[in-house]
Structure formats: structure tokens, C-alpha cells
Design a protein around this ligand. Structure first.
Ligand code: ZN
Length: 436
């Protein structure tokens, strides 16, 4: 569809374009009253209504963009092709779009107050390695493909937001950056969001992260996590003639068994996962190397530290056990190390934040209820720095995230998109046109 460039305002209209809806939510006694006031003021605005009305007739367009973007592979550290496609789609709407050094696609919708910024972000990357078949199978409202929900759904919602806002010629009070960011998954270590927050920290008022499907949750608590790699190496040799030489895989197995027997508390919830294991060259070789990648998460920073220490101790003990049982220790020594691949800081949105009020008002407006969750998302970075942030699903339903059978069903998607838009506009405010 064709859209007019966003800022084709006449001088007269531009002059009367002022005033914000930024609600003094903190000063209002009843949160529900505040929310109702916020909702009604927003939906009283004709342009907001026009933007909300954009979704229903355009759901199939949104679905098509989701399928199209999901079919462009975006393995970790290889998001460029998908980023280029998003850049084109954002630029078509008249936004000024650039790709920053990190690889983030940033579309800017200038607000009346350019000194304050709201970021709306959906991550570009998937967990799937290059070569994964990402063809999208569609049947009715259901689509199946790796990455279709996480985060094809978020990217499609991002594009829908921009289209809705631009088609309604809506000018926000605060500048909104619509961003498709890199490096959310795994070893990407949130590098895209880190770069974004770094670049606009002094102006940044809130971050709304669009990730996955659904409307049943709002992530306001950032789960702290660490990713570690343990490596054990030795001389390696022949399975027959060098038998008795210390074996790095044996040592890794011994250490891993110790580690997975580590007790972790139910509360604060603490988890660990050995997610990858590699090493060896052939069945008849004593390997020269073995490595594992481990993800640890906890509601408590102390537990995280304790678990990381446990991993180091267990790997060291595994090496010691293997050396002690080796028949011929003169034939080589094992070396080991544990490296930090990534660390996601924790944080929490305050219960009386304007962003949470805006989200609750949006929930009320679309008749939705959502529960607060703790999770590890792009919102970790702003939350850890005291900047308001949430991560929310974008409507519809989905499942099988991070699996080859991942699916998304767009039924009910409209309410989710409205919820996102009302949340974003609730914190950006509208530069209202006032008639004289
Ligand atoms: Zn995701």
C-alpha cells in the first residue's frame, strides 16, 4: 500500500501541533482511574483511532511480511540479509532509516520533543544455524517454520506499528525509534540492545521489546544469566597404542556428571543447562579436545556466582579424576579453562512506572489480562541500567520456540497489535493537533 511521507504537515498544522498526553500517572491516587483516563484520552484522539483501525483490514499483509522475513535466514551474527529487507520495508513508509555499526535497523519517527526517546524493538536473529530450512508452511491462519514466532511475529508487529502510525499521520510527543535489533539470542549476548541503549541513554525514556506471540504476559523482571564454555585439552593419540593416556572427553564427562549433580534452590529459582558438547576427531582417536557450553540462570545474583564457581570446581575435579586414573601420566597432561561467553544483567521495572501503567491501560482497552513475568530478553539491558522497559508478545498464539517445529497462529492477532500500539503511544504521548 502507498503511504504519504509522514511529515507532510502544512506550516499552519505544524504550528498547532503541540501538547502531550504524558500522564502524570505517579501523582494519581488510584491506578485504575489513571489507567482509564489514559485509555480514554488516547482513544479520544482521532488519529489514534485511525491507527488502531489500520490493523483489521491489513492482517493478511502483516502475516505475509512475517512469512517473508522468517524465510530469510538470520543465524546468530548473520542478520544482515534480513536487516536489509526490514530496512526497505521501514523506508517505504517514509521513516528515515539507518543501520548502525552493530547492525541494528533504526527507523526514526520524530516527535515534537526530540530530546526524549522511546524505543520499540524486535530482534532480527534466530537461534538456528546457517543451512537450517526456514521455508514457511502456511495452512489457514497457522504458519510453521523455525523462527516464525520468535521473532518473525515481533518483526511483523514492528512493521505493522509503523504502517498504522504513518497511515494515520500520527505524530508522537516523544521521538519513537522503531528498531529491528541484532544479537538477542544465545551468544549474541544482547549486543544490539547494548549498542542502542549506549547510543541514546541520556534521552531514553522507555523501551518496549516485541518478542514472540501471545498477550498473556508482560516481562518486567530481567532474569540474570551467564553462558560459559568449558574446554579441556590434551595431547591426543591412538585408541590402541596410546591407551592409558589422559582423555579430555573422559575428563569432561567426569566433570559434567559432578556439575549436573549440583543442588540448586527451587526458590530463588535457579537453573543450569549443558546445551552443547563437542570434541574428538574419530572413534579410534584419543581426542585432544573436549568442550561444553553451559547456560546458568537465577533470580539471585548470589546463586549465579555460586553455580559458576561450581562449574569451575567440577571441571577441575573431572580433570584431576581423569589424571589420577590414567595409566600413563607421563604421556601428557590435561589443561582446562572455563570462559565466560556472555552475561546478561538482571533488573526490575518499578511497579509504579509510567510504562507499566501504559501497558495496563492498553490491557484494559483491549479487554486483556496479563501476568508479570521474569525472563531473559532484550529488556535486561535497559532494566539493568534503571531505564523503564518491558518485553511483551505481539498477539496471536505460538509454540515450539527454538525448535524446528516452531509455529504461529495469527488468529486474534489484532488485539495484540492494538495492545502494543496503545502501550507505545501511552509512553510516547501524542503531539496533538489543536483547532483554534
Ligand atoms: Zn525472541
Amino acid at each position: 500500500m502507498s503511504l504519504e511521507p509522514p511529515y507532510k504537515l502544512t506550516v499552519k498544522r505544524a504550528l498547532v501541533c503541540v501538547i502531550l498526553l504524558a500522564m502524570p500517572v505517579r501523582s494519581i491516587a488510584s491506578p485504575h482511574a489513571a489507567r482509564s483516563a489514559q485509555t480514554s484520552r488516547l482513544s479520544d484522539n482521532a488519529q489514534v483511532r485511525a491507527a488502531l483501525d489500520w490493523f483489521a483490514p491489513n492482517i493478511s499483509w502483516v502475516n505475509d511480511q512475517q512469512a517473508r522475513l522468517t524465510a530469510i535466514p538470520a543465524p546468530p551474527f548473520q542478520e544482515a540479509a534480513r536487516a536489509a529487507a526490514v530496512k526497505t520495508l521501514l523506508a517505504e513508509t517514509g521513516l528515515s532509516v539507518e543501520i548502525d555499526k552493530a547492525g541494528n535497523v533504526i527507523g526514526e519517527l520524530q516527535g515534537a520533543n526530540e530530546k526524549e526517546i522511546i524505543i520499540v524493538a524486535a530482534h532480527l536473529d534466530t537461534v538456528f544455524p546457517a543451512g537450517t530450512d526456514v521455508k514457511v508452511h502456511r495452512e489457514g491462519t497457522r504458519m510453521t517454520a523455525p523462527g516464525i514466532s520468535d521473532n518473525g511475529a515481533g518483526l511483523a508487529a514492528l512493521l505493522a506499528m509503523v504502517r498504522a502510525v504513518q497511515s494515520a499521520h500520527l505524530k508522537p510527543q516523544r521521538t519513537i525509534l522503531f528498531v529491528a535489533d541484532v544479537g538477542e539470542e544465545g551468544e549474541g549476548n544482547l549486543r544490539g540492545m547494548r549498542a542502542l541503549v549506549e547510543a541514546c541513554r541520556s534521552k531514553l525514556k522507555a523501551v518496549v521489546v516485541l518478542d514472540g506471540s501471545g498477550t498473556d504476559h508482560v516481562t518486567t523482571k530481567a532474569l540474570a544469566s551467564r553462558r560459559l564454555e568449558a574446554l579441556i585439552s590434551g595431547p591426543g593419540g591412538h585408541s590402541w597404542s596410546d591407551f592409558g593416556m589422559p582423555n579430555p572427553i573422559n575428563a569432561m564427562v567426569r566433570g559434567s556428571v559432578r556439575f549436573i549433580n549440583t543442588k540448586v534452590p527451587v526458590s530463588p529459582r535457579t537453573t543450569f543447562n549443558i546445551g552443547q558438547i563437542e570434541g574428538g576427531t574419530s572413534v579410534n582417536s584419543i581426542p585432544h579436545e573436549a568442550r561444553i557450553k553451559v547456560d546458568i540462570r537465577s533470580e539471585s545474583e548470589d546463586e549465579l556466582v555460586r553455580l559458576e564457581t561450581a562449574l569451575r570446581e567440577c571441571i577441575a575435579a573431572g580433570v584431576r579424576d581423569e589424571m589420577e586414573s590414567a595409566r600413563d601420566r607421563s604421556r601428557g597432561k590435561l589443561e582446562w579453562k572455563v570462559d565466560l561467553l556472555g552475561s546478561r544483567p538482571g533488573g526490575e521495572l518499578s511497579a509504579d512506572s509510567p510504562l507499566l501503567s501504559a501497558l495496563r491501560a492498553a490491557d484494559d482497552a483491549v479487554g486483556n489480562q496479563s501476568r508479570v513475568e521474569r525472563s531473559s530478553t532484550d529488556a535486561n539491558i535497559p532494566l539493568s541500567q534503571g531505564i523503564d522497559a518491558v518485553s511483551i508478545g505481539v498477539g496471536g498464539s505460538g509454540g515450539g520456540a527454538h525448535s524446528l517445529a516452531e509455529w504461529y497462529d495469527s488468529a486474534g492477532r489484532e488485539a495484540g497489535l492494538k495492545r502494543v500500539l496503545l502501550t507505545v503511544l501511552g509512553v510516547s504521548g501524542i503531539a496533538e493537533e489543536k483547532s483554534r
